[in-house]
Design a protein around this ligand. Structure first.
Ligand code: ADP
Ligand code: MG
Length: 736
């Protein structure tokens, strides 16, 4: 029996999924695999684990496991469910790559999808679970897709053993055909339970014109208008990235300052969400959030607001306090949690978010959504792995998800900052992640599970052949797979069909929770006591974005000066961290090592990070990953006896030289050579480097400490395309 507080009980009763409890539990008891579909906010993530718990699916020898594609969701959902059930985090716990609070008593465990994949490697039958829930399957994250493929085989195996495992796949949208109409995946089509989404109508207002680039400015103007002219109700703004989120937050706070002491006396009525009656909309009313502005023109002019600017917006107006909160995945968890609390009395809530608010988190009390229509995504070249961040239009499915956020508690409005014609050109759904990025890490994990013929795996959507071939070739080059008994270069078709088994080295590499190139570096670092350094470098390269970004547009001259000062300080520190002599040749990797070393020496405090341009959250993640990698190394070589020394000394000259060899071994396919004088036919090759994979010139990124030195040979962590192809994480190598 679960002892819930009366408030929680009342809130639960309003969730649409509660009406389906019996149907869901019957389906689960009669079928090994069940698919549950329901709008975001209908209660899937928070309630289904509780249904299962109450029906006795959690016991001392079997837990309920739930996977989430995002870390934010795994942590916050475990806390929410614990609170709803009045249980402690010892019983309802979470595990994400860097941390967790799982205990022997854990009965409900939230984790990221990558964590469950690692567990399958240790225990293929997942014997400690009675139920596995794959949440947010519509996001089609790479690991979620693989897990569904693996579980489609694990479930029948558990059945045969007489220890049945239940699989529940949960998804926010109706597009489940990739799972249901795929008889290689599930030979018997699983039942799909549709949760009747108690969604209120959302009126969609398209802009007449689509702003060419200044969508942030357009967001600002739209929020100002909503706040000045429209009735109470929270505002949720979708932007694409952290810098944009912050800059809009600052502008809005300046326009509608909110002082803690004067807010209480202000005129805006408190929003009492509990007093709104809850009426279900008609079933099958799928167009409810895609009405065009033509439908409402004339009838509702005031709500339409119109495009474009108005002079008064920038004026500061403290009589209308706006409670502005940022939300993005790199934000500290305690700051993220603020969006779930009621705004201070007399203020209106305005959350400025990236894509994280689209489906994983439901923010209470949102009545207005402002959607810029864009998303920032990392794009990879499937073969070369060159990546770039691009801001692109979202899919129609995403746009509708975003609009839906406005209709959770009462009828709402969604302002799309693009025209309906532009919307019609959006793709229907975005492509699954697995089809869009290099897959070497995935293939190594699969080979470690003894899935040799990867091409035969029941993928919900298979990765492209050329990506499979590139992955297989890289893993052979790293020594992680046994070389095929053939000479010469393989054709792509052949390489993809190859089923090279994993090598003993590959098995060791697969136990490290990092990319295969970095795992190779770890596996080579026994000599010269280099392991602590390699672990640190690999952790820093895996966590990425160690340094604060100071090249962002500022709102005032004062701020511009402040940013300039901070940037100068960071550059100075980076030169110090880069060390001298052979250490310096390690380049950016030495800077990472030096930065982590200095930060740990100072106790890894927020203050140290802020003063020196380091990202505090990244430093904490690096600390955790170092701990985890240290444990992983100790368990494969039991005599290593590694521990983390907070006062780690810089490497000696001999060690620095050896570290460069290790780095070269891991990044062997990422070598670049400075273009020779005689090749400088064209100006575009000035200061350029040539790589094996690309025809175009690549350059050392200006943020690199080797930017001015231009060594003859370098290895790089990655190539990112912005205005040019830039190498990041650069380190110099000796020609042989
Ligand atoms: P779904 O998984 O179907 O999208 P959820 O189970 O995540 O739905 O959410 C159900 C309800 O629980 C939502 O109304 C949401 O606002 C509420 N909720 C979720 N997490 C929290 C939290 N940390 N604090 C308060 N309310 C929350
Ligand atoms: Mg959910």
């Amino acid at each position: 029996p679960v002892d819930r507080s009366p408030e929680i009980q009342e809130a639960r009763l309003k969730l649409p999924i509660l009406a389906e409890e019996q149907i869901i539990m019957e389906a689960v008891s009669e079928n090994p695999i069940v698919i549950i579909c329901g709008e975001t906010g209908s209660g899937k993530t928070t309630q289904v684990p509780q249904f299962l718990y109450e029906a006795g699916y959690a016991s001392s020898n079997g837990a309920i496991g739930i996977t989430e594609p995002r870390r934010v969701a795994a942590v916050s959902m475990s806390q929410r469910v614990a609170k709803e059930m009045n249980l402690s985090d010892r019983e309802v716990s979470y595990q994400i790559r860097y941390e967790g609070n799982v205990t022997d008593e854990t009965q409900i465990k939230f984790m990221t999808d990558g964590v469950l994949l690692k567990e399958i490697q240790k225990d293929f039958l997942l014997s400690k679970y009675k139920v596995v829930i794959i949440d947010e399957a519509h996001e089609r994250s790479m690991y979620t897709d693989i897990l569904i493929g693996l579980l489609s085989r694990i479930v029948p195996l558990r059945e045969k053993k007489g220890l049945p495992l239940k699989l529940i796949v949960m998804s926010a949208t109706l597009r489940v055909e990739d799972f249901t109409d795929n008889n290689r995946l599930f030979s018997v089509t699983p039942p799909v339970i549709q949760v009747d989404a108690r969604q209120f109508p959302v009126t969609v207002h398209f802009n007449k014109k689509t702003p060419l680039d200044d969508y942030s400015g357009e967001c600002f103007r739209k929020v100002c208008k909503i706040h000045r002219m429209l009735p109470p109700g929270g505002i949720l703004v979708f932007l694409t990235g952290q810098a944009e989120v912050h800059s809009l937050c600052r502008r809005l706070r300046k326009a509608f300052p909110f002082q803690k002491n004067n807010a209480a006396g202000n005129a805006l009525p408190k929003i009492d969400l509990d007093n709104y009656s809850v009426v279900p909309v008609d079933e099958g009313d799928e167009d409810r959030d895609t009405e065009t502005d033509d439908d409402i023109a004339g009838s509702d002019i005031d709500l339409d607001l119109g495009d474009g600017d108005s002079e008064e917006d920038e004026k500061s107006d403290s009589s209308l306090p706006l409670y502005v909160l940022p939300l993005y995945s790199l934000l500290a968890p305690e700051k993220q949690a603020k969006v779930f609390r009621a705004p201070p009395p007399g203020t209106r809530l305005c959350v400025v978010a990236t894509n994280v608010a689209e489906t994983s988190l439901t923010i209470p009390g949102i009545k207005y959504v402002v959607d810029c229509g864009k998303v920032k995504k990392r794009f990879y070249d499937k073969i070369t792995g060159v990546s770039s961040f691009r801001v692109t239009w979202i899919s129609q499915a995403s746009a509708n998800q975003r609009a839906g956020r406005a209709g959770r508690t009462e009828p709402g409005h969604c302002y799309r900052l693009y025209s309906s014609a532009v919307f019609m050109d959006f793709e229907k759904f975005s492509a699954p992640e697995i089809t869009k990025r290099p897959v070497e890490d995935l293939i190594l994990q699969m080979k470690a599970l003894n899935i040799e013929k990867v091409i035969n795996f029941p993928f919900p959507t298979p990765p492209p052949t050329e990506a499979l071939a590139a992955a297989e070739e890289l893993l052979i080059a790293l020594g992680a797979l046994k070389e095929p008994p053939m000479m010469g270069r393989l054709t792509q078709q052949l390489a993809a069909k190859l089923s090279c088994p994993i090598s003993p080295l590959g098995r060791i590499m697969a136990t490290f929770p990092v990319a295969p190139r970095y795992a190779k570096m770890l596996a080579l670092s026994r000599q010269h006591d280099c392991l602590p350094y390699t672990i640190t470098i690999v952790s820093a390269m895996t966590v990425r974005e160690l340094f604060e970004e100071f090249d962002r547009p500022a709102v005032s001259e004062e701020e511009t000066a402040k940013l300039k000062g901070k940037k100068a300080r960071l550059l100075q520190m980076q030169r110090i961290w880069a060390g001298q002599g052979p250490m310096q040749m390690l380049g950016d990797l030495m800077v990472m090592l030096g930065a982590v070393g200095a930060c740990e020496y100072a106790g890894c405090t927020r203050k140290f990070c802020e003063e020196n341009g380091l990202r505090y959250k990244a430093m904490l993640e690096i600390r955790r990953l170092r701990g985890q990698l240290t444990t992983a190394v100790n368990s494969v070589c039991t005599d290593a006896g590694l521990y983390i020394d907070p006062k780690m000394k810089p490497p000696t000259e001999a060690q620095a030289t050896y570290l460069r060899q290790i780095v070269l071994a891991g990044l062997g396919d990422h070598v670049a050579r400075r273009v020779q004088a005689e090749e400088l036919l064209d100006d575009k090759w000035k200061n350029a480097y040539k790589t094996a994979l690309l025809d175009d010139p690549v350059f050392i990124h200006p943020s690199s400490v080797l930017f001015k030195q231009l060594p003859e040979f370098v290895v790089y962590q990655e190539i990112v395309e912005t205005t040019k192809l830039y190498m990041k994480g650069v380190s110099a190598v000796e020609p042989e």
